[in-house]
Each structure stands twice: as structure tokens, then as C-alpha cells.
Ligand binder design. Sequence first.
Ligand SMILES: [Zn+2]
Length: 267
Amino acid sequence: MSTPLKLLCILAHPDDETFGTGSTLAKYHREGVETYLITATRGERGWPAATHPGFAEVARIRTKELEDAAAILGIRQVTFLNYIDGDLDQANRDEAIAQIVAEVRRVRPQVVITFDPFGNYGHPDHIAISQFTQAALILAAAADYTDPAALPPHQVAKLYYLTDSLPLKKLYQQIFGPLNFLVDDVIREAVGWPDWAITTRIDGDEHWERVWWAVACHSSQLPDLAKMEQAVREHHTLLLGQRTYYRAYSLVNSGREPETDLFVGLR
Ligand SMILES: [Zn+2]
């Protein structure tokens, strides 16, 4: 029997998997690919300050929301790294990377997805997990690196960055207003990837309704679900159905032919 195809998403917060990679996960699950998720935090800070019930309670609520969404998307297993939301870039680097290496060596995926180097809109947690992931994939393949579980090396064939296309960024801004994120008193504006730089387009639009059900699981993050539903019904292809990626590296294919499958060269 041939080795099953496996996709691992390495992201930062509960809901990243749904808003970011939801249709991609749903599509590959339906095609029989095993899908896995590492989420670095439990989204502890994702709550209005005035009514914040404490980190432990928010973590409990958002863990459950993620587990519900993961079941809908067909994710086989969710692993938390148990960092605190907002603190990931302050984490002990060696420890974070070692945890990811152990998970990569345990799951043994051919394809990994993480955030782009801008963290999509400058979120320090997104940038941190992207950097940790890239370092971890190098070490996961290194025979002389011992992870905490002492697992055998594993070489991931392809790494993709989740990108926001310019049309998606424009639509987000139309619906939700400016996508600005204040870090150290500096405004970080969302970065849209130009069309020519996108290497890979994954069309999961036939699964958009399932992704919407997963979105609805994250109800603590959606104060105005009705407004969002209206936008999603109108623009489901761009908002939830299709996703764009940048092939950061590949050991199995190359060139500038646009890809429509993350597993090109591996099937
Ligand atoms: Zn996030």
C-alpha cells in the first residue's frame, strides 16, 4: 500500500484554520488526504477587555470552538502548542521549534502550510509561527537533531505560505474596514500578494457552505454573524471558497506553471 497523502497546517490561533485554510482543508479531506493541524495558542486574548473572563476560560471556550470547526472540516487531529495568544514571538525559540519538529516527525506530512512572512496582516503571532515552522522543517529532516520524542527524521516535500490576494484584501476592507494592526505604536497594514507572485490557487468553492458552518463554530469571534453571513453568501468564492498560496520551497517540482493542487509532483 502506498503512503497516504498528508497535509499539515501550522497556524497560531483557533479560527486561523477556518478563515485561512478552511476550504483547502475541506477539499483535501474529501479527496482522501489526511489533514492535521497545529495551533500554537488557544486564543486567550481574543475577547473584549471589558468582559474578559480570564485566560483559562477563554482558552476553554475557544478550544471547544476549534474542535467543533475541525470536526466539520474533517481535520484528523488538532495539536496545541499551548502558548499564550499574543506572546508567541516571546516564546523560547528552541523549545517552540522542538515541539513542532516532534509533531512533524510524528505526522510525517508531505505538504505543510503556514502563514506568509508578513503574518498576513502583521500579527506577531502569525509571523512567529511562520518563522518557527520554517526552522522546524529544516531540523525535522536533520538526522543529527533529536526532538523531545526522539522520533526519526522526516523531510517535508513542500512548504506553502497562505497568502491574501489583492482582490481578497480589497473585499475584506470593503466589508470590515481597514485591516490595520497596531504593534509597538506602528500601524501594520495588511499585505496583499500581487497576482504574479501567487504560485498556487486551490479551488474549494464547492465546500464553502461547510466552511461557513465551521466559521459559525467560532461564534465568540463573530459579534456580527448576520452581517458576515450576508457578505459570505454574496462573495463566498473569494471569502471562503478559493485560497491562494506561495510555494516557499518544493523538493518535487519547480518552474512558473501555476499550480492548482498542493500535491503536484507527489501523486
Ligand atoms: Zn490568527
